[in-house]
Design a protein around this ligand. Sequence first.
Ligand SMILES: Cc1cc2nc3c(=O)[nH]c(=O)nc-3n(C[C@H](O)[C@H](O)[C@H](O)COP(=O)(O)OP(=O)(O)OC[C@H]3O[C@@H](n4cnc5c(N)ncnc54)[C@H](O)[C@@H]3O)c2cc1C
Length: 533
Amino acid sequence: MNADGHRTETWDRQAALNGLSAETWDVVVVGGGVTGAGVARDAALRGLRVALVEAGDFAGGTSSRTTKFAHGGLRYLEMLDLELVREALTERAVLLSIAPHLTRATPFLIPSYKGRSRPGWKLKVGLALYDALAGRTRFGRHQMLDREGALAREPLLSETGLRGAGVYWDARVRDARLVIETIADARRAGAVTASYCAVRDLERSRAGWVGDVEDRRGFSSFTLEGRAWVNATGPWSDRLRRRVRPGSTRLLDPTKGVHIVVPRDVLPLRDPTALFAGDGRLYFAVPEGRWTYIGTTDTHNGGNIDDFGVSGEDIAYLVGAACDALSCKISDEDVVGAWAGWRPLVRAASSRDPSAISREEVIEQTASRFITVTGGKLTTYRLMAEETVTRLAENVGWNLKPCETTRRPLVPARIGGQKPSAGVDPADAGRVRELFGSDADDVFVRWREDPATAEPLGSETRYTAAEVERASREMVETLEDLVDRRLSVLPGGVPIEKDVLINVARAAAPVLGWDEVRQAAEVEAFRRSEHHP
Ligand SMILES: Cc1cc2nc3c(=O)[nH]c(=O)nc-3n(C[C@H](O)[C@H](O)[C@H](O)COP(=O)(O)OP(=O)(O)OC[C@H]3O[C@@H](n4cnc5c(N)ncnc54)[C@H](O)[C@@H]3O)c2cc1C
């Protein structure tokens, strides 16, 4: 328990900053996406002193902008990259066991059309192989439906040329919370982590490497020294790499992936559905609460990896693809939100088609005591982290404890778990469990102590003050950090009423020390931010 009665630690950013330059760390991890978070957790659990710095908010890069699947990847199956698929399916099962509240096994639908998409036999063979590769970790056996069966299951499928469909099992994952909770567990194991701290330069030091770090909230800088460093900066990896090894050829050729969001009323799909666009690309339409999201694109889009904008062309492509494949008519006007992310795609100079490159990871010994880990998938982050820490230990000569991340739950179980009081809407209680796992107990206790904190802060967006308070403890610097990466499923993807934002800022204020002027400024900044169209 903390002094204020909550088990959940409040992540004090200033205390972290004070600590960062006070010692020489065993490992400094650069990047607080899923890869960096995973490395920090693994290294700390294996007994190392770990610091992690993130240039923006934790999960603010690619890791909150995904399609939100923990999957083996049908695309890789088609490329016959079977080892990659098997590995990812194993990690899918690990995720479900260590973070059951964030990961949900779900049936997916994949229709087959004459002349486009894949022929029925290929689909059948592919899905059988997918089941076989999952082995004992399979969630359910695939099923083949004829045309009538497919339409009965999903009446929205376009009827023209429809031959049937396959139903297969995969999982959905709350990407941003996966990162936040991985960082939380790294902190429990002793790691010191700070957001809004960008590594600007690096040079060799007696112990290993010393970095020049900019505190982007305090507008100051400090130095950070580590015996070993891990570059986990996702699509930005080549930038930091070149500070250490100037003139090296690029590892990555990032591509941009856009998702759009429409109201579920307009596209009332039942299950996540894999569809093929006119150009043969696989993409998904996914129902999520009151919304359906569609994505992703896969383009080089000018190659500016700092540009997260969504263009009219991206929207038109996805709207057009959905209208082709589904018997509903949506238009650009129905698009209420969108998000874009850059894939840290490992370079394959021989291929011109970005969709034809499989997402394998790279763990590169960039220099002595400096490893770059990039590529891969959200789904396989734990394994990438384990391999990175093992490589680092070999390089430096450390004898570490064995890795325990396949078994250790992300959120520790509690003895004598709390139940919400009678009268609490089970849907609200379920939502809070899905957000915080066993830490939902803090929210249930708060609801009981002060029933006003159990009141929804808006009629449609139902956060309560107690869950906002709880999420505010996770090093929140802006309202966007709180709403997009601590509370919501879809980042910036859906409109939130101004009244709700005001109420959320007010509920967070006691934890974050925001006065009324700051609360109003945060609400305005959120509404202006580029990815809330
Ligand atoms: C559109 C899209 C959909 C996807 N869908 C899926 C999916 O459904 N399932 C799946 O398994 N995978 C998916 N992926 C892949 C997955 O998202 C990525 O592989 C994964 O998130 C990469 O995580 P990362 O931590 O390496 O990179 P990031 O999440 O980008 O993290 C890197 C971090 O480094 C920080 N950083 C950069 N430079 C510095 C610096 N100098 N100092 C400090 N910090 C710095 C950045 O701010 C950033 O937060 C998808 C990817 C995209 C783009």
